[in-house]
Design a protein around this ligand. Sequence first.
Ligand SMILES: [Zn+2]
Length: 136
Amino acid sequence: MANGGFSQKFEQWLYGRNGSDDVARLCANVALVLVVVDLFTGTRWLSGVALCLIVYALYRAFSKDVAARARENEAFMSKLGPARPWVSSPVATIKDHRDYKYMKCPDCGQRCRVPRGKGKVRVTCRACHKKFEAKA
Ligand SMILES: [Zn+2]
């Protein structure tokens, strides 16, 4: 009974808060890497930086100003360019790059995705509809 009451109160407390976003996840992941590096190098200040990143990630996750956090998140993510999927979902991106190869359209420079291991394939650019052959 008491346990159910606590989880209900916690859910109410979480309601209307930002939750985990790309920037918070990136901060947490970088913090984890810094802690591991710190374990092997013994530079204590890296753990301090990691702690600051975790505090910032928690601040973002529990912030009630969801609109402001969403704007910051989008502003940061839009600056990343082609690195965006690697930050947003690294595991999905690794899987994607295992199954697909990316190449640029020779005409317009549009990024085209072709399945890996299919040998020579005929690619049609989605932007300019130019057809070209590529090794995948
Ligand atoms: Zn094209």
